[in-house]
Design a protein around this ligand. Structure first.
Ligand SMILES: Nc1nc(=O)c2c([nH]1)NC[C@@H]1CN(c3ccc(C(=O)N[C@@H](CCC(=O)O)C(=O)O)cc3)CN21
Ligand SMILES: CC(C)C(=O)C(=O)O
Ligand SMILES: [Mg+2]
Length: 264
């Protein structure tokens, strides 16, 4: 696979060619995913749950993400790697600059921040200084204690409209990609239509420009529960490379996620 860049991702949105993404936390899995058709690798702070065994993602540090970003980058120079900014490491512009820079030096191609309009200044500042940004709206797990659990977001029309405004604000600030997590498919469609940047969904239906899953859910070995929107692709394929290939094929064709994996 040739090298993926933000230009490739824009082109894919324009051509209705779905973007395939998975989380990875080390070199071997990152290379396996890349070799079998995955276009974007996320070093997610989900590692606080699936690697560290925590109940949420709040215990993850910027150093943790930097470490795993180095590991993932070790899998290939060619990977398009997004690194999550962890809980409370992007509270102000200065912290955002310092911590995002550490992730870029560790080998990331882009950093991801959870939140809407309030991130405007920080996103503007780091993109101006050369750091590409991915936004993240909907069920933003760092806010699990504000939400009162890992609950689907944006069901009320007022909240839905606010999320659309947040998406536009992120794009306006300079964000070049947007993750939408656990929202009704109809809202994911409205957001995808409202912005020019590609959207990547998880629990947001097959209407987004791409899909992402936590890698442990793809093979059914997540330590906690397995979210309803995920699917075990290892069951029907029996080996890892084919499970990854099947995931990519099904994302490309729109077969995954199907109705049973979406929220109405
Ligand atoms: N293994 C794993 N997969 C993930 O997708 C994931 C993580 N871990 N850790 C970080 C966050 C947390 N995420 C979660 C966790 C739980 C639900 C969940 O239980 N959702 C309910 C729906 C709740 C509702 O209806 O409002 C479900 O049944 O799937 C969703 C996303 C997504 N991320
Ligand atoms: C679930 C994805 C989008 C994420 O942010 C993570 O893995 O941390
Ligand atoms: Mg995350």
């Amino acid at each position: 696979m040739s090298k993926i860049t933000v230009s490739t991702l824009n082109k894919m949105k324009a051509e209705n060619n779905k973007i395939t993404a998975l989380t990875a936390y080390d070199a071997s899995f990152a290379k396996l995913f890349h070799d079998n058709g995955v276009e974007v690798i996320l070093v997610g702070d989900s590692l606080g749950m699936v690697l560290q065994g925590g109940d949420d993602t709040l215990g993850v540090t910027n150093q943790d993400i930097a470490y795993h970003t180095r590991c993932v980058r070790g899998g290939s120079r060619e990977l398009f790697v997004i690194a999550d900014m962890s809980f409370m490491t992007y509270s102000n512009v200065s912290d955002t600059c310092k911590n995002a820079a550490e992730l870029m030096r560790a080998g990331a191609n882009m950093v991801k921040l959870e939140g809407g309009e309030w991130l405007h200044e920080s996103i503007k500042s780091i993109t101006q200084q050369g750091i590409p940004v991915c936004g993240h709206l909907g069920l933003t797990p760092q806010s699990v204690h504000v939400f009162g659990g890992f609950k689907i977001q944006g069901r009320e029309e007022e909240k839905a409209q606010k999320m659309i405004e947040d998406a536009k604000s992120l794009e306006d600030a300079g964000a070049q990609l947007l993750v939408l997590e656990c929202i009704p498919s109809a809202l994911a469609k409205r957001i995808t239509d409202a912005v020019n940047i590609p959207t990547i969904g998880i629990g947001a239906g097959n209407v987004t420009d791409g899909q992402i899953l936590v890698m442990h859910d793809l093979v059914g070995i997540s330590a906690g529960y397995i979210p309803k929107f995920s699917k075990n692709f290892l069951l029907e394929t029996g080996n890892m490379p084919d499970a990854v290939k099947k995931y990519c094929t099904d994302v490309k064709s729109g077969a995954f996620p199907s109705a049973e994996h979406e929220f109405k």
